[in-house]
Write a protein that binds this ligand. Structure first.
Ligand code: ACO
Length: 324
């Protein structure tokens, strides 16, 4: 195989919003939010801070960690559902700001599963062309996509970005495989409309706005089951036992989903990465941020088996197994 993650990076905006700050905006309490979600704080973009700014910073840190220069990168993929611009893709602005003069660049949107789907793409490019190095980024400015008067959603999400450089190393086992899935039937349980149509032929009086709408209880049920199935799926496909996995890095949706997932898998909490209390749900950014923290703190060492899993709007979900 030999396709590996050469380095990781992440970036959180400086501004922190606490649950007590939210008490001043909607009818909620720190106690309710902590009990139901495990979230204490979230980082939120400041004025003039956009999705691509976070992506650039995370990307640069991943390049530095990998010992790779921007001009060595052949492709930049940004997974996001909160790009500042629909056109150009955030990835193009990242390409510009990093000075990645030899890279082509595009965005993908698979909601909270975006990073896993983008990583899978990166893996396949490198598998086909061992000379390629790819910058895969998950970046979100979800604070710009929330209805701040809806207490069901505005308390859950945060902003941030995480990145990984994917490349080839002779003789290393690297990336092992993925089980990725989507099902559009239940999209109305978790969605965000595109901007209202400006075509006068299209009547859009019922357009609810460009913000996240969610049926929390239903999402909860599907999220746990889907991630559990995807994990068992990829482990079976790769012939690996869960006991042999050093660290599980799930999408940081909320603590109750993570606890339930750990309980259903019967995996020791010590082997599950959890940072949702600090950052909230950062959608496509949550897995690469947690991965970067795990790498930098020494929780992941060479040859460790690492399992990533996600669930998000679409629905989209999956699990990815990596030999570090
Ligand atoms: N503060 C205070 N009360 C609230 C708040 C709030 N922020 N939000 C809802 N409530 C109230 C509701 O209005 C309701 O009141 P009522 O009984 O008077 O009608 C009560 O709390 C219970 O509401 P539920 O929605 O039933 O609360 P639940 O225990 O299900 O918790 C939550 C809600 C946290 C959203 C939960 O359903 C959940 O975790 N769902 C998963 C959704 C999720 O994580 N989505 C993220 C995107 S998808 C992903 O990333 C996997």
């Amino acid at each position: 195989m030999g396709v590996v993650i050469l380095g990781t990076g992440s970036c959180l905006p400086a501004k922190i919003v606490t649950n007590h700050d939210l008490e001043k905006i909607v009818d909620t309490s720190d106690e309710w939010i902590q009990t139901r979600t495990g979230i204490r704080t979230r980082h939120v973009c400041g004025q003039d801070e956009q999705t691509y700014n976070l992506a650039v910073e995370a990307g640069q840190r991943a390049l530095d960690a990998a010992g790779v220069t921007a001009d060595e990168i052949g492709l930049i993929i940004v997974a996001t559902m909160s790009s500042h611009t629909l056109m150009p893709a955030s990835a193009c602005l990242v390409q510009r700001d990093l000075g990645a003069v030899n890279a082509f660049a595009y965005d993908i949107n698979a909601a909270c599963s975006g990073f896993l789907f983008a990583l899978d793409l990166g893996y396949r490019y490198v598998q086909a062309d061992h000379g390629m190095k790819i910058l895969v980024i998950g970046a979100e400015n979800l604070s710009s996509r929330l209805n701040w008067s809806d207490r069901n959603t505005c308390i859950l999400f945060g902003d941030g970005a995480g990145a990984a450089v994917v490349g080839y190393r002779e003789g290393k086992s690297g990336y092992m495989g993925s089980r990725l899935l989507s099902d559009g039937h239940l999209w109305k349980l978790l969605y965000m409309y595109a901007p209202k149509s400006s075509n006068p032929q299209i009547v859009t009086d019922d357009h609810p706005g460009t913000h996240i709408v969610m049926e929390g209880r239903e999402v909860f049920k599907y999220a746990v089951k889907a991630m559990e199935d995807a994990i068992h799926g990829v482990l079976a496909k790769e012939g690996v036992a869960l006991d042999d996995v050093k660290l599980l890095i799930p999408h940081q949706a909320n603590i109750r989903i993570l606890n339930k997932l750990a309980e259903r898998l019967a995996i020791d909490k010590e082997r599950v990465c959890i940072n949702v209390s600090e950052y909230g749900n950062t959608s496509a950014a949550s897995i690469p941020i947690a991965l970067d923290e795990a790498v930098r703190s020494g929780r992941i060492l060479q040859d460790d088996l690492v399992l990533l899993c996600s669930f998000g709007g679409g629905f989209t979900w999956g699990a990815t197994l990596i030999k570090w």
